[in-house]
Design a protein around this ligand. Structure first.
Ligand code: PTJ
Length: 243
């Protein structure tokens, strides 16, 4: 039992949720270490959405709203932490939601689809094929899903698939607390924020932005600047601690 008055209550509950999901086979064991890495970077951000992240989230909404065929690609960590938030984003943006895993087994795909469905997501679950130019199992996707998408949102991604998707001409939006990761650097747009803060902000922006605002944001962003802003936030926070 985690007492609600514990100063790290939210963080401890999240860990507990991930550990339980790992025991059920929803989250890969490796997903626990990925979460720990994310938490460390979130400390450096002060565990809050920075102005640069908010701009990236509004830009992500604009890209999803102006897309021909937007797809949200979901893995184990994302399903365990944010199934309901993904359902709300799907409703606001009209994007397809597809499960794509790094540590892929048919059983995990089914378990994760069930978690998403229970959270209110309409899962796109046609037959997967090995369609992406990758030697690992993230190559598996659906022909009418990620494969034919023009914009793909990839929370907690690996750099290889980002690169492959970008090479295929797709706009790739990553959510990654580590602004130095290959994923962050290879994506078209990177949101340096925690998943469960980022997704509701994207949803809010999908519901609020006008058509003109979407066009302006989607047509004019600089990922290098957004990544530099995230690093500047971390440096500023570290400097404050030293002062
Ligand atoms: O479910 P699977 O089989 O597809 O596997 C998923 C994992 C996460 C294990 C797989 O994609 C993986 O190995 O990811 P990486 O390469 O460790 O990258 C995960 C990135 O996400 C790291 O850079 C973390 O900093 C970041 N991250 C972790 N938790 C969060 C996060 N970013 C935002 N919000 C989080 N909650």
């Amino acid at each position: 039992m985690i007492p609600p008055d514990h100063p790290r209550y939210r963080s401890l509950v999240t860990r507990e949720r991930l550990a339980e999901s790992a025991k059920k086979g929803i989250v890969a064991w490796e997903g626990l270490t990925a979460h720990g890495r994310g938490e460390a970077f979130d400390y450096l951000l002060g565990e809050k959405t920075t102005p640069g992240a908010l701009l990236a989230e509004r830009t992500a909404a604009a890209l999803l709203m102006t897309a021909r065929h937007p797809v949200i690609s979901v893995n184990g960590n994302t399903a365990a932490l944010a199934a309901e938030e993904i359902a709300a984003l799907q409703k606001a943006s009209g994007a397809l939601v597809e499960v794509n895993l790094f540590h892929r087994t048919e059983e995990r795909v089914r378990l994760i689809e069930d978690v998403l469905t229970a959270g209110g997501v309409e899962v796109f679950s046609g037959t997967a094929e090995r369609l992406l130019p990758l030697s690992h199992d993230r190559a598996w996707c659906r022909r009418d899903g990620v494969y034919s998408a023009d914009v793909v949102l990839v929370p907690l991604e690996d750099g290889d698939r980002c690169e492959a998707l970008v090479t295929m001409g797709k706009t790739v939006i990553a959510i990654d607390l580590n602004p130095l990761s290959r994923t962050a650097r290879r994506s078209t747009l990177t949101i340096v924020d925690e998943l469960t803060r980022a997704v509701p902000e994207i949803t809010r922006a999908c519901l609020e932005l006008t058509r003109e605002e979407c066009a302006a944001l989607a047509g004019n962003f600089d990922n290098g600047y957004l990544l530099a802003e995230a690093i500047r936030e971390m440096i500023a926070r570290l400097s404050d601690v030293l002062d």
